[in-house]
Write a protein that binds this ligand. Structure first.
Ligand code: NAP
Length: 247
């Protein structure tokens, strides 16, 4: 998987996902948030013009969903303006943008969302910024938006909700799939892709790695959570199948 990679620059390389991707694809260049602060447009431009990557994996984000309700300006600056800065720089050097998005762009009323389904209305501020960021990412001349969802390797909370449905998985399961997407990103023609695993409740997911976890209900959360943001992965399965036939 690690051969013939184009020059790839990644934002958010020290985050949960970014760290796993760097371990899987060590050739990726991943400046720190100081070296490449996405909210600093001149710095973003300078770094990207210097590196001239063929692919930019944009995994940096403000991701604290409950804190975002209070730190709205900071969340907007990183998720929306940061993405705009990355897009402008990507377009300047002709790089393709692989933008990491989230299942939270959907309302969660229905579940099994396909790539072409209309997103929103979102249920919290973080989700709003990620939805607007997707629209910013679409302004990249060449782009692939990947909606995904993952948790740290361990389920760290004492309670897990059995009335919240998701197709997210642990980051050590999701990151290898995203590494495949990164590796093939320049060949993928689709502009939107859902990369997650099967639908299950958060409680069911939690029990896989934490037998002590208590079953809870969504109403206990300190922030509004969507009820069912499971994503349909038919397109991803098809793409993966086509790779297995050609390899
Ligand atoms: N975690 C989830 O449940 C989940 C679910 C769906 C989608 N996603 C998406 O997946 C992506 C990665 O999420 P994650 O959980 O890995 O995030 P994370 O662990 O919170 O890491 C965020 C990363 O973004 C960097 N960052 C923050 N502000 C920045 C700035 N101004 N300039 C440059 N870098 C900045 C951080 O840098 P520092 O290390 O210096 O702080 C960190 O490396 C995000 O787009 C997120 O929206 C996450």
């Amino acid at each position: 998987m690690t051969t013939h990679l184009p020059t790839i620059l990644m934002t958010g390389g020290n985050g949960r996902l970014g760290s796993e991707l760097r371990a899987l694809l060590p050739q990726i260049m991943a400046p720190s948030s100081k070296e490449l602060d996405v909210t600093d447009a001149p710095q973003v431009q300078e770094v990207i013009e210097r590196v001239r990557p063929q692919l930019i994996v944009h995994a940096a984000a403000y991701t604290n969903v409950s804190k975002a309700e209070k730190e709205r300006e900071r969340c907007w600056a990183i998720n929306v303006e940061g993405t705009r800065n990355i897009v402008a720089a990507a377009n300047r050097v002709g790089a393709k943008l692989l933008h990491i998005s989230t299942d939270y762009v959907f309302s969660g009323d229905e579940g099994n969302y396909r790539e072409g389904d209309t997103p929103g209305p979102v249920v919290n501020y973080y989700s709003l910024t990620k939805l607007v960021a997707e629209e910013a990412a679409r302004c990249a001349q060449r782009h692939l938006i990947v909606r995904t969802s993952f948790r740290p390797r361990e389920f760290q909370y004492p309670v897990a909700f059995s009335d919240v449905y998701t197709s997210q998985d642990y980051v050590d399961i999701i990151a290898p799939m995203l590494a495949e997407v990164v590796t093939h990103a320049l060949e993928i023609e689709d502009q939107m892709l859902h990369v997650v695993t099967e639908r299950k409740s958060v409680y069911e997911l939690a029990r896989r790695r934490n037998s002590e976890v208590r079953e809870g209900r969504r109403a206990e959360a300190n922030v509004a959570l969507p009820a069912d943001v499971s994503l349909n992965t038919g397109r991803w399965q098809q793409i993966r199948h086509s790779w297995s036939k050609t390899s």
